[in-house]
Ligand binder design. Structure first.
Ligand code: GDP
Ligand code: MG
Ligand code: ZN
Length: 366
């Protein structure tokens, strides 16, 4: 993204680069990288603005971690300019002028859920790379919940990744892994335990610099424990930047800079009712059904008593578990309900305002 007014920070200037002191541009770039800025964010807007990332928004103010022209980092509570046409959320990149959020940068992905009234869409977090689907397996896998988390993740435009938790208390890990693979085909899976430390190192590798992630999981799934396991031992030996300040000294309530370099945005625990259903997310999550459906006689086959239905034939032959088709039907019904509650015009407007969906996110597919 190019903008005539120039960049947030200037490209490194040769003479300052040669100097012994870290240039302001380098400092800013460093701070913004620790906040998760990547090339995909296309960080360009008008002059006289400072770039920052939103940690949390309360009413008419937002907490923003930002950088001034000298490359110094600040955390400020900023008013939302009345001229904003979009309400910023955690993870948004914003332009600040005189302590006010005056620009919300276009989002490259956004996690959404239906508003309590069911008519609007609430954006939970923006500019994500990774949505960790945090699901416990101490009492076996809740397949329906995982499917629904996956749909919501695919709808966000970010990459879903399954984190199975509490493996230390699971009686049959292999069965849960199998269930996961059939519930969300093609999505990567990691088994973890915050108790034994299993999978934690892998999770750290995943959450490296430049990656912004959220944990999508029910209350009690083990999200806070994972965060503690991730940070626990590393906190002590965390890297210190050249100015001598701890890189991760600043942890705000909703935006965590992990010792592994990535950024974790804290979102509320999700209940099944909150789940946002969208056709693209359903198609991605049920890609196995989609593939079999290519063999249905009619393109608009509803896989429900239709003539020449390959999906129902696959259930009869045992190729497709009956439960899988049942879940797909339930979700299709729910999708119709959600869409009826919102007018199509509202849906289109909300999408346009709140960022792209899987259409643009497909390139992130693992
Ligand atoms: N055995 C076991 N218990 C865990 C593990 N992770 C979390 N728990 C327990 O599960 C409960 C909920 O964990 P918490 O991290 O608070 O879940 P959150 O609501 O998703 O943040 C707590 O009692 C934890 O001690 C784990 O890996 N193994
Ligand atoms: Mg928690
Ligand atoms: Zn069919």
């Amino acid at each position: 993204m190019k903008h005539p007014d120039g960049r947030y920070w200037q490209p490194m200037n040769e003479s300052t680069h040669k100097g012994a002191e870290e240039s302001a541009a380098e400092k800013s770039a460093h701070v913004l990288r620790t906040l998760g800025l990547t090339k995909q964010d296309g960080l360009v807007i008008g002059e006289g603005l400072n770039l920052g990332r939103v940690s949390i928004v309360h009413g008419a103010t937002g907490e923003v971690i930002w950088c001034d022209n000298s490359g110094q980092e600040f955390i400020s509570t900023c008013h939302l300019s009345p001229s904003l046409d979009i309400r910023p959320v955690a993870g948004d990149w914003v332009g600040l002028r005189d302590g006010q959020i005056v620009v919300v940068h276009p989002r490259r992905s956004a996690l959404r859920r239906p508003d309590p009234n069911g008519r609007d869409i609430q954006v939970l977090a923006a500019n994500l790379d990774l949505v960790l689907l945090v699901v416990p397996i101490d009492r076996g896998l809740n397949v329906r919940m995982l499917e629904r988390f996956a749909i919501m993740a695919w709808e966000s435009g970010a990459r879903p990744f399954v984190v199975l938790t509490k493996s230390d208390e699971a009686s049959d890990i292999d069965a849960s892994l199998e269930d996961t693979k059939s519930a969300v085909p093609g999505v990567e899976v990691l088994t973890t335990s915050s108790q034994s430390g299993e999978g934690i190192e892998h999770l750290r590798d995943l959450l490296h610099e430049g990656v912004t992630a959220v944990m999508l999981g029910a209350s009690g799934a083990g999200k806070t424990s994972l965060l503690n396991a991730l940070e626990g031992s590393e906190e002590v030996t965390r890297t210190v930047n050249r100015s001598g300040e701890g890189r991760h000294a600043t942890t705000t309530r909703k935006l965590y800079r992990l010792s592994s370099g990535g950024v974790l945005l804290d979102i509320p625990g999700i209940r099944l009712l909150d789940l946002m259903v969208g056709q693209e997310g359903v198609d991605e999550t049920f890609s196995d059904i989609g593939e079999i459906a290519l063999g249905c006689r009619f393109r608009d086959c509803s896989h429900n008593g239709d003539l020449g239905c390959a999906v129902e034939a696959a259930v009869l032959s045992g190729e497709l578990p009956a439960r899988r088709l049942e879940n797909w039907r339930l979700i299709q019904t729910e999708l119709t309900h959600q869409e009826h509650r919102r007018s199509p015009e509202e849906m289109a407007k909300a999408r346009k305002r709140s960022g792209p969906t899987t259409k643009t996110g497909k390139k992130n597919r693992p």
